[in-house]
Write a protein of this length. Structure first.
Length: 342
């Protein structure tokens, strides 16, 4: 803390901005920024909305206007120093006359990284490492894709207390309550692609789109991916024009991940049935789980997972109560090196 400014509190606000739902990253990180005056007032806010749009710092500076001069820019990722689809954020900060930059995580890129030294050389005070774990977590998909060459994978499942994903018919079965369904659609709005198997499409005919809280379609539409060789009915909702759909006609998940990475997909939500979920887990391709548990016992029907090749440990990050449901969120132990809290 310097003067009346609480760096951690301001950084947490920037991290919340980075997690906004109106983002289509397409290879870019989630970044948030706030501009704080010397008396601690936030005078500007901004976040990056996707490739080709203004970076978080530029949006926040525009929001602050003349109040940015002599203020502190608090940003989740080190300001970039290169010109790509947009100009360098370091120059925008210098032109605005900010006196200090506080950021959470270094930019690992050879071109974009190094912005801190540019700012210091120009006489701007630079403070680093504030709330770095939480900021890195907010941009975990971007960091993971850069490090591992594949998207970050979240596996979602909704089960009864006896671990079943459908009733004895095996057909569409409502498992979770309304609050959980709203939360699940919020997750859909955060990812770049939703993956299911042909079995799920044939059994449930899902639309695989993200709905806003008011029930309308969310403006961010993830890519829909269907894995498997079985033909789909021409009228399947996943083939409509509500969103783009990719049909991956074999079961090579490594090739699927490589192809999605090439399309700049950074975050994948696997919502397929038990067979696809087990395949992703056995292949070591799951980084995070999102497990909804509803308070009833079906007694019969397909279980969430068939036998796996080995036991897998999960580091539980959060346990949430959604109406009458419980949601467990966690990362696979020994997997990604990205840690923190959402």
């Amino acid at each position: 803390m310097t003067g009346s400014i609480d760096w951690s509190s301001a950084m947490r606000e920037a991290i919340d901005l980075a997690g906004s739902l109106d983002v289509d990253c397409a290879g870019n990180p989630r970044v948030g920024c706030v501009i704080v005056a010397d008396d601690g007032r936030v005078v500007g806010r901004g976040h990056h909305r996707g490739a080709g749009t203004a970076h978080a710092e530029v949006v926040a500076l525009a929001d602050a206007g003349p109040a940015a001069r002599g203020a502190t820019a608090i940003v989740t990722l080190e300001p970039c120093r290169h010109s790509g689809r947009t100009g360098p954020c370091t120059q925008a900060l210098l032109d605005a006359g900010v006196a200090r930059v506080v950021y959470a995580v270094d930019d690992p890129g050879e071109q974009a990284g190094g912005g801190a030294e540019v700012l210091r050389a120009a006489g701007v005070e630079v403070i680093t490492g504030v709330e770095s774990g939480a900021a890195r977590w907010a941009a975990r998909a971007w960091f993971h894709a850069r490090t591992h060459g594949r998207p970050w994978v979240t596996l979602k499942s909704a089960v009864s207390l006896d671990g079943r994903v459908a009733d004895a018919t095996g057909g569409p079965t409502t498992i979770t309550g309304a609050e959980s369904r709203v939360y699940a659609h919020r997750w859909r709005a955060l990812v770049d692609a939703i993956v299911v198997g042909t079995g799920t499409v044939l059994a449930d005919d899902p639309a695989l789109t993200a709905r806003a809280q008011d029930g309308g379609r969310h403006p961010h539409t993830p890519l829909r991916v269907v894995v498997g060789a079985r033909p789909l009915p021409a009228g399947a909702r996943v083939l409509d024009d509500a969103a783009a759909t990719h049909l991956h006609r074999d079961h090579d998940l490594g090739a699927l991940m490589a192809g999605l990475h090439a399309r700049e997909v950074q975050h994948v939500l696997v919502e397929g049935g038990p067979t696809l979920a087990a395949a992703f887990l056995d292949a070591g391709l799951v980084d995070e789980v999102l497990w909804f548990v509803a308070p009833f016992i079906l007694g019969d029907g397909p279980i969430a997972l068939p036998a796996l090749e080995r036991m897998l440990d999960v580091d539980v990050r959060d346990v949430l109560v959604m109406g009458e449901d419980v949601v467990v969120e966690g990362t696979l132990r020994g997997g990604s090196d990205v840690h923190g809290h959402r």
